[in-house]
Write a new protein. Structure first.
Ligand SMILES: Nc1ncnc2c1ncn2[C@@H]1O[C@H](COP(=O)(O)OP(=O)(O)OP(=O)(O)O)[C@@H](O)[C@H]1O
Ligand SMILES: [Mg+2]
Length: 465
């Protein structure tokens, strides 16, 4: 594995090397080129002056050439050579006259061409120019000037040294800064990774300490939020498991007790026996109801219910009232309905049945004799709402926020006596939310409770599908 640190440092080093290389070569190459250019113009200019002055002489001889050159002052040049048309040296500041010249450039310029050369070597600029001489349009010879310039070279070399020293300093500083930067950045990332390990090991109460205000802080905040959600889920799961086991334990204990009494009682009469067995049956029924409700809840949790389709809520209300009428009659509670037509909701019939059934069942169960339950269904262009109100015992204000929690019962004894498991309203709540609706609970006047469920009305396209 390549660590971010080594990747980043190699990237920065490569970048710095390229930059420093450019910085160390480009200005030198261009200033050298500028010197070459300047030499070319000054030396060809000087050679042209020499050439035209010599051309005006009637006859070229070492003496009059020396005379002219003294007059033109060519002392800055390291060597000056003049030849005749045949290449014989007439004048040479670096040797004897009379021999044929050995200088290639002079021979070339005797063919009528000007040759300029300049190079940078041995810490100096070495330049030369060879130019033909002509009188009245005819070639008469050639002149050669050469120069050795160490002064300019020294300036450029000094400049080069300064750039090199400065760039080495800047490079080192940049590397140190880059190293410090990744060091601190990586420390923060490593701290986050350590926090992740702590949480992964099961400590959901741990929170990462965030510093600064940047993307890493954002990452840390996201991580903390995720941990918080994990913690909540984990707590809910634990509570649920303990509540569920408790709920199942109670009827199972009753069944065992009843069965034991039958087994250990030798002279039990038929009537008592029937009573005990009936009780066992009732407890078993309660167990069955609880497990069925738990299964409904886990199905809603997994969101694996059938696909939603347009459902007429009025039909669902009427269907769910049928099995509740005997219970209402037994308790002397009147069911009053006021149902609008055309209240269509996008959901599954099963889920809506659970919603209506549980709300109306509660309204009947927690009612008073001669009380009543009002079921009202109405819709506007945006929403469909179902209101279930009762004249029952009501729900104390402080319990209202909890009644949708699993296994929550206001009056445990009374609810259990009525066969309740405390799961009905959780199923209602989850089913309503699963289909995009909302549910509220309030107080009915003068007494009782009101539950109001609202679903968004589906659009025409949704109803068509
Ligand atoms: N209409 C109501 N009037 C008064 N109290 C209510 C009403 N509806 C619910 N409650 C209170 O809220 C608690 C939770 O209701 P929920 O329907 O979830 O459970 P349950 O009726 O006890 O059992 P289950 O519905 O699972 O058989 C009830 O135990 C009861 O105390
Ligand atoms: Mg209920």
């Amino acid at each position: 594995m390549h660590s971010i640190r080594s990747q980043f440092i190699s990237f920065i080093t490569a970048l710095l090397l390229v930059l420093l290389l450019l910085l160390n070569t480009y200005p030198l190459i261009s200033s050298r080129d500028a010197v070459f250019e300047e030499k070319r113009s000054s030396m060809t200019g000087q050679a042209a002056t020499v050439s035209s002055t010599l051309s005006s002489l009637e006859r070229l001889s070492p003496e009059n050439i020396a005379e002219v050159l003294r007059y033109l002052d060519v002392s800055a040049y390291s060597r000056v050579v003049v030849t005749d048309l045949g290449g014989k040296v007439l004048y040479d500041t670096a040797g004897a006259a009379g021999e044929p010249t050995e200088l290639e450039d002079l021979l070339t310029s005797l063919e009528g061409k000007t040759v300029f050369r300049s190079s940078f070597s041995e810490d100096a600029f070495n330049s030369s120019v060879a130019m033909p001489l002509s009188a009245n349009g005819a070639l008469t010879g050639a002149v050669y000037l050469s120069e050795h310039d160490a002064e300019r070279a020294e300036i450029i070399l000094g400049f080069q040294h300064r750039i090199r020293a400065a760039s080495l300093g800047i490079g080192a500083l940049a590397l140190v800064l880059a190293f410090l930067f990744v060091f601190f950045l990586l420390q923060r990332i490593q701290a986050l990774v350590r926090s992740m390990h702590v949480v992964a090991d099961g400590d959901y109460s741990y929170r990462h300490k965030n510093r600064g205000r940047d993307e890493i802080t954002e990452l840390g905040e996201e991580f903390n939020q995720l941990t918080e959600r994990l913690q909540t889920t984990e707590e809910q799961r634990r509570r649920f498991v303990s509540d569920a086991s408790h709920e199942l334990k109670t009827p199972l204990a009753s069944i065992r007790l009843l069965a034991d009494s039958i087994v250990h009682n030798d002279n039990i009469d038929a009537g008592t026996m029937r009573e005990f067995v009936t009780d066992i049956g009732n407890e078993a029924m309660r167990l069955q109801r609880t497990t069925e409700k738990l299964l409904d809840l886990s199905r809603l949790d997994d969101k694996v219910s059938a696909p939603a389709e347009p459902v007429d809520l009025k039909k669902v209300v009427l269907d769910s009232l049928t099995p509740l009428r005997p219970l209402a009659q037994e308790k002397g509670v009147a069911l009053e309905t006021e149902l609008e037509d055309g209240c269509v909701v996008l959901a599954t019939e099963d889920d809506l049945f659970h919603v209506v059934f549980n709300l109306v069942e509660n309204a009947v169960k927690y009612n008073v004799p001669q009380g009543s339950v009002g079921i009202r269904l109405q819709g506007d262009e945006r929403n469909v709402s179902l209101t279930v109100s009762d004249t029952g015992i009501g729900i104390p204000e402080e319990d209202r926020q909890n009644i949708f929690s699993r296994f929550y019962r206001v009056d445990k004894a009374r609810s259990r006596e009525a066969g309740g498991s405390g799961l009905g309203l959780s199923i209602v709540h989850d089913a309503v939310l699963a289909h995009g609706g909302s549910i509220t609970v309030g107080q009915n006047h003068p007494q009782g409770s009101v539950f109001c469920v609202t679903f968004p009305r589906p659009t025409t396209e949704e109803t068509a599908t």
